[in-house]
Design a protein around this ligand. Sequence first.
Ligand code: HSE
Length: 309
Amino acid sequence: MIKIYSPATIGNISVGFDTLGLAISPIDNSNFGDTIEIKKYKKFDIKNIGKFSKKLPKEFNKNIVWKCWKYFCKKIKKKISVLITLEKNMPIGSGLGSSACSISASLVAMNEFCKNPLSKIELLKLMGKLEGEISGNIHYDNVAPCFLGGLQIILNKKNIISQSIPFFKNWIWIVAWPGTKTSTLQARKILPKTYNLKTCIEHSRNLSGFIHSSYSTQQQLAIKFIKDLIAEPYRMKYIPKFLEIKKKIKKIGSIGFGISGSGPTVFSICNNMEIAKKISQWLEKNYLKNNKGFVKICKVNNKGTIIIR
Ligand code: HSE
């Protein structure tokens, strides 16, 4: 039996729509991702367990693990008879890369089980394809950091999909999921099909400025570029009081605030644990919509998807 763990991720990080993604782990070292267990079985079957398993589609062929199995078998030209247990710990449609967690853990588990017939790049491409089926477009900013860990820049070239880039080790990432759901497919549909030249230039400056600051370790400069001109202006309508919350969190001492992936999770960055705790408390009190919601204080997860047994 093989057991795999895949971590939660923050897609976009405001400044890099579909281009930047970060793997995260809570500072208390608690699990914050999905796990997959795989073992030989008389046929292919899936068992769903975990806190959010009841929210998974009931139909077998809508289960993402089934899709992973189908594509994996097609790729290796062999049907594998395995029992896969998905421990669904991540809320679905939360903006924390929940589907990426299940996809990455499933494909890595199947590949390990078969003694690694697929290369890393083949796996990553398959992950992107599966993610694309769920959200309407292939985007790697959740699957790449989930699989590879750290801060990833998505290049999407033939054999170079994603690369690790440096990140500020002292940054603390607070994520708050209100307990509600957003469909990435819908959240992508509401975005404009084209952007004007001014926005494109400004966006290029912000993203390249952020990458440059990361490589030249200029933290204060990097902070200036954490701005979202592509998605936030259109998606914030669906997050009640978004601008008020942003203002408040910045006032507490946050150095960056935005929508995690397509939301409704929001993230906040700070470089001081006292401030992180204050932000976390404020979000707990003011951002959660029900008792399922949570706030987590996180660090960067550098490992990505790992074998835990
Ligand atoms: N880049 C994707 C989007 C991430 O914002 O649509 C989805 O989690």
